[in-house]
Write a protein that binds this ligand. Structure first.
Ligand code: CP
Length: 330
């Protein structure tokens, strides 16, 4: 008698009858925002919104009971690692936490491919943060279970971009028609790279505000220009603040400056204060992927337009949606 069991080299995890194996993300890796179209985003946001309502109503539920997530972090994280853990646990699943690889066999020289091949023997899905660009794609090549990219060096952070877009959607009710200003370290900031790419799926205007040293990568600028999106670069926020609907701030990284004098001279120009907010629209939001160091004054936290702590909280619902989707339960 033939058994309905997926082949051993299949990406498809074992699932009982009645699950949503027709979901577009079932058994898939989440590596780059380039995987998503508008229809996917609408679907993900609908599921995330349902997760939000379910958590508000019942706290946790057993959608992923019996499923195991391996959380593999080669770089520090507070939000991404803990929100994936809470997402899995709120859905009734459990987590193998490897949030400090120095206590794992990585210190004995074990390669990334061997590490993911080991973890997938015990888990149904692997979340990976790694300092090298392309590391999640490499892991996905070797893993039969879904890999979710939780940040690959200065490359991408797709789940952050999804939660960023979900934040805009929830807070402002729409994405089309908005002016989005990205400010700070636009060169090395992987969150802004992923978010800018996702925003090309909408009718938006993009402004880039940064010092020359940390300007938006020209290849990415050209890639976005090819989609027909309107973009402009500035060295100061003043010319664009009054028209901005979403001000997305990132950390200007001191460690990127060869001469600390340059950093000292520039950093004041990229600090959001209560004075900045007096010139901003009444209906707009300030976002930040966090952690913040000094680039948004703490006094701004009291302003209802300061959305960065709500943004961080939305991450849990997006990650609940993604886990449910790749495991065929959404
Ligand atoms: N936004 C973000 O990725 O935060 P963590 O580094 O704390 O995960």
């Amino acid at each position: 008698m033939t058994k309905n069991i997926p082949p051993i080299n299949s990406k498809i995890p074992h699932l009982p009858f009645g699950d949503h194996q027709d979901s577009p993300f079932y058994g898939r890796d989440i590596i780059s925002v380039k995987q998503f179209n508008r229809e996917h985003l609408d679907y993900i946001f609908d599921v995330a919104h349902e997760m939000y309502e379910m958590v508000a109503r019942v706290g946790s539920f057993d959608l992923l009971k019996g499923k195991i997530l391996a959380s593999l972090f080669y770089e520090p994280s507070t939000r991404t690692s803990s929100s994936f853990t809470s997402a899995m646990e709120r859905l009734g699943g459990s987590v193998i936490p490897i949030n400090n690889v120095s206590y794992s066999s990585v210190t004995k020289g074990e390669s990334l491919p061997d590490t993911v091949r080991t973890l997938e023997a015990y888990a149904d899905v692997i979340v990976l943060r790694h300092p090298e660009v392309g590391s999640s794609a490499l892991a996905a090549k070797y893993a039969r279970k879904p890999i979710i990219n939780a940040g690959d060096g200065i490359g991408e952070h797709p789940t952050q971009a999804l939660l960023d877009l979900f934040t805009i959607h929830e807070e402002l009710g729409q994405v089309d028609g908005l002016t989005v200003t990205l400010m700070g370290d636009l060169k090395y900031g992987r969150t802004v790279h992923s978010l800018a790419r996702l925003l090309t799926l909408y009718d938006v205007k993009l402004n880039y505000v940064s010092p020359d040293l940390l300007s938006f990568p020209s290849e990415l600028f050209d890639e976005i220009a090819a989609t027909g999106i309107s973009q402009a670069s500035y060295q100061s926020l003043s010319p664009v603040l009054a028209d901005t609907d979403v001000l997305y701030v990132t950390r200007v990284q001191k460690e990127r400056f060869e001469d600390p004098v340059n950093h000292e001279a520039l950093k004041g120009a990229y600090v959001v204060t209560t004075d900045t907010m007096t010139d901003a629209k009444e209906k707009m939001i300030v976002m930040h992927p966090l952690p913040r160091v000094w680039e948004i004054d703490m006094a701004v936290d009291e302003d209802p337009r300061a959305a960065y702590f709500r943004q961080m909280a939305y991450g849990q619902y997006i990650r609940m949606a993604l886990l449910a989707m790749v495991l065929g339960k959404a």
